[in-house]
Structures are given as C-alpha cells and as structure tokens.
Design a protein around this ligand. Structure first.
Ligand code: GDD
Ligand code: MG
Length: 338
C-alpha cells in the first residue's frame, strides 16, 4: 500500500518559523515532523510515500530523501507549481497512483496521531467505501472540519470551520483518509480545489460512499505555535503513542553537539536543538530552542519558542516570546516592568 502526505501548505499560523522552514520539516523533539509521519506509516508496512508539496519544494528535496534513506523507505515528491489546495494537491499526485487498484492512505502533513490504521482499512473494505475518514472528538471544533455521521458511521454532512451555531457534534476530520483510486477521476486536474470544502461534499451529493471511523488515541494538528509547543512536549514525554521514537517521560532533551555551561537550571519541560550553546547561570523553563542557537550567560528563557540560528546575548530575559530564526537579542533585553 502507498500513502500520500498533503504537505504543501504555507503554515501561516506557524509563522515566523514557517517563513524559513515548511511546517512538515519543523522539529518535533528534534526530529522533523515528517519523520514522525513516515514512522507511523512504516509501522503499518507502508514503505512507499508520495509527498505533495508546493511551498518551498527545494527544502523538501534536500531533507526528505535523506530521511527516507535512513528509514529505508521510498519517497517521491509530487510538486505543485502553483498552489492547488488540498484537493488539487491530491489530484496532482495521480501519476504516482495510476497503476493502483487497491485503496491507499492520505494524511495531512501536519497531523500526528496513533491511528489504528489496520482497523480503519478493514472498516473501509467491510463497508465497500469509496472514502473512509479518520475522525477524532474535540472540545472546540471551530478551527477544524466538523463531520456529521449516521448510526452506521456513514457521513451525512461536512461543515468546514463551523460557526458556533453550526456545532452540533464533536467529531472532526482528523486529516487521515483511505481513498479508492477511482476517486482521482472525480477531481478536475490542474485546478485549485479544497478536498474538505469542495471535493467531499460534491462526492457525497453524487452518491459516493463516505464513512468515518472514530480514533480515540493521541491526535494533534500541529497548526499553531501553541500546538507546536504542546506537541513537542507531548513527544518529549512519550505521550504520542507509537511515535515515541523519542521521549519516555523525560522533561529535558538536548540535541547533538549542544553544550550547557556551568549552573544552568532547567525547570519544567525544555527541548534544545542541535549545535546550541547555553551559557553560565542561564535559566530555561517550559521552552523550545531550535538548532544552532547561542545563548550567552545569565539569560532567562521562559514559556517561549526560540527559532534556529538565534543569538541571545547576556542577561536577557525572554518571557512568553516567539523568537524568529536568525534573531539577535542584545544584552539586557527584557520585558518592561513597573
Ligand atoms: N499539496 C498541498 N497543496 N497541500 C496543501 C495545500 C496545497 O495547496 N494547502 C494545504 N495543504 C496541506 C497542509 O500542508 C496541511 O498539511 C494539510 O494540507 C491541511 O491543511 P491545513 O491548512 O493545515 O488545514 P486545517 O488544519 O485548517 O484543516 C484541515 O485539517 C484538519 C485536521 O487537522 C482540514 O482537513 C480539516 O477538515 C481538518 O479537521
Ligand atoms: Mg492543519
């Protein structure tokens, strides 16, 4: 079985980090997000993965092949020259699936979840479905796609980013789909089209059999900086189910070649990337520091996410900040106090 990752979005809610690095390549516990997805798919025996990209494809070219080589999986990039949306991105990957007769997996490029893929595929076959969608239950579905099902888990309605008055259930599209190859012929080629807002409702109207399977385990859409921070800590603490390639209840992780000088205090959960230096007497608390960052002496970093190639000079206090890649913070920078 093959899989397609929809990894072409601009990741606007994860700016400033996605201005330089596409969301799927941002580190989660020092491992690119896409590696966690490869690991999930490989766990279920999927070793040929198509990555649908459009935003910064050159970054994917460099990184994906390297990761795939190490993991002994085969990858192809399906490149969109203009943004095609989730539906257009899916259609664009058709050349990689044109020989397929079996169902295949499609996964949003920003989702980490320990889905029971075997169970979802078995359900798909049992129902003779055209499409089966992984669903998850969430407290506030307003930033996701609400999916209403009947008692047999047949999809009745899609409401993408529902308004408060439209929220009539708590099951959302978890960004994992099983598709039958015939679906490609239902989508126009070369057009910007949304799978959630346009393709799914149209297919439902045309009588296609679309089902949902509720996933009860770990699930996250790494869509915002707050979610990014939380996912990193979940990964560190080993909460992400079968993705626990890192973290077994730890509260601290430092990447390769990173150095902590004297009297550094670590409070709460802290992740430091590769090639970082943390100076004497620094205090790091509930924060993530990405690769190649230099922190001079007596710096306090609290509740913050610090990008790559950042320099923070001595005696600065970074509190509740999102610091862009390549930031330079001069000595004694600090929040205003009375
Ligand atoms: N190839 C390609 N081309 N991929 C794209 C494009 C594109 O033009 N636009 C977005 N994507 C990818 C993104 O990179 C991301 O991995 C995925 O498609 C979903 O896009 P998001 O922008 O993250 O959508 P969302 O989080 O607001 O909503 C989607 O995901 C939710 C679950 O995580 C929808 O599918 C919702 O219905 C769903 O609940
Ligand atoms: Mg998303």
């Amino acid at each position: 079985m093959k899989a397609l990752l929809l990894s072409g979005g601009k990741g606007t809610r994860l700016r400033p980090f996605t201005l330089t690095t596409p969301k799927p390549l941002l580190p989660i516990a020092n491992i690119p997000l896409i590696t966690w997805q490869f690991e999930f798919l490989r766990h279920y025996g999927i070793t040929e993965i198509i990555v649908g990209v459009g935003y910064k494809p050159e970054s994917f070219k460099k990184t994906v092949e390297k990761i795939a080589g190490k993991m002994k999986i085969k990858t192809h990039l399906s490149i969109e020259n203009t943004p095609l949306g989730t539906g257009g991105g899916f259609r664009n990957a058709y050349p990689f699936f044109k020989e397929e007769t079996e169902p295949f997996v499609v996964l949003n490029g920003d989702v980490i979840g320990d889905f029971n893929l075997n169970q979802i595929i078995a359900f798909h076959r049992e129902k003779g479905a055209d499409i089966t969608i992984g669903l998850t239950k969430i407290n506030n579905p307003s930033s996701y796609g609400l999916i209403i099902t009947d008692s047999n888990m047949g999809v009745k309605k899609f409401i993408e980013k529902p308004k408060t008055e439209e929220i009539v259930c708590d099951t959302i599209n978890a960004g994992l789909y099983i598709f039958t190859p015939e679906i490609f012929s239902e989508i126009p080629a070369g057009k910007n089209i949304s799978i959630e807002k346009e393709v799914f409702p149209a297919l439902l109207k045309n009588g296609k059999k679309i089902y949902g399977v509720i996933h009860n385990g770990y699930w996250v859409d790494v869509g915002t900086v707050a979610k990014y921070k939380q996912t990193n800590f979940d990964a560190l603490e080993g909460k992400t189910g079968i993705y626990s390639i890192r973290g077994q209840g730890d509260n601290f992780l430092a990447g390769d070649n990173s150095v902590l000088k004297e009297d550094v205090q670590i409070k709460g959960r802290v992740i430091i990337g590769n090639n970082c230096v943390v100076g004497n007497g620094c205090v790091l608390e509930e924060s993530i520091i990405m690769n190649n960052t230099i922190i001079r002496d007596r710096v306090v970093i609290k509740n913050s996410v610090v990008g790559t190639d950042v320099a923070i000079e001595n005696d600065s206090v970074i509190d509740n900040m999102i610091l862009a890649d390549k930031s330079l913070v001069r000595p004694f920078t600090q929040p205003m106090r009375d």
